[in-house]
Design a protein around this ligand. Structure first.
Ligand code: F6R
Ligand code: ZN
Length: 185
């Protein structure tokens, strides 16, 4: 299939990618195994809390094509651990990705057999996530949403098991004096 030229636009008002055709919302109930202090008797209202939204522009999942999306992570924490994405690796491990900060203040956690790294995600700052590095984004501003743009090969696939089998070495918690602090897993 031939992909024709098209345009998208970062919509700073609605916090979405204009032109996207795939929208998802991830709630606390979708992240049960991922938070350190998960309460198995959590109340329904808390379970329904939206943690992040993704709007993605789909293209054929063929080598050479690029996917793009906008992620909005809402401000908040669960028992002190900041709102974050589930995190994943790419099924095609060689596939690289770029994250560009649009609004807010976050951290991108990255982990591979070469260790753990993190980078600050700020407006205008681009983070290159090489193939083979699992990645998760954390909103460390308790007052404001975090907005970032991602672009990656369309044939990458998602490997969510990767971060369950091999959890990130550090978690990010709210801290009243420093803003945030790392806790070893
Ligand atoms: C795509 C990518 C991002 C994330 C998005 C949500 O390869 O890394 O677009 O998919 O920020 O995070 P996850 O996919 O971990 O729920
Ligand atoms: Zn990715």
């Amino acid at each position: 299939m031939t992909q024709l030229p098209f345009v998208t636009r970062i919509d700073n008002v609605n916090h979405t990618l204009e032109g996207a055709d795939n929208f998802s919302e991830t709630r606390l109930k979708d992240m049960r195994s991922l938070y350190r202090y998960w309460n198995s008797n959590e109340d329904d209202a808390t379970l329904e809390t939206i943690v992040y939204r993704v709007s993605r522009k789909d293209v054929p999942t063929e080598p050479g094509e690029l996917l793009q999306c906008i992620t909005e992570i809402l401000p908040g924490d669960y028992h002190g651990e900041f709102f974050m994405t589930k995190g994943h690796g790419h099924k095609q491990r060689e596939c690289t990705e770029i994250y560009l900060g649009i609004a807010g203040y976050g951290l991108v956690l990255m982990q591979s057999e070469n260790g753990f790294r993190f980078e600050e995600l700020l407006p205008g700052r681009a983070i290159y996530i090489p193939g083979g590095w699992n990645h998760r984004t954390v909103n460390i501003d308790p007052q404001q949403y975090l907005l970032f743009y991602s672009i990656w090969p369309a044939n990458s696939g998602y490997d969510y098991e990767a971060v369950i089998k091999n959890p990130f070495q550090y978690r990010v918690f709210r801290d009243t004096t420093q803003g945030y602090r790392f806790e070893e897993r």
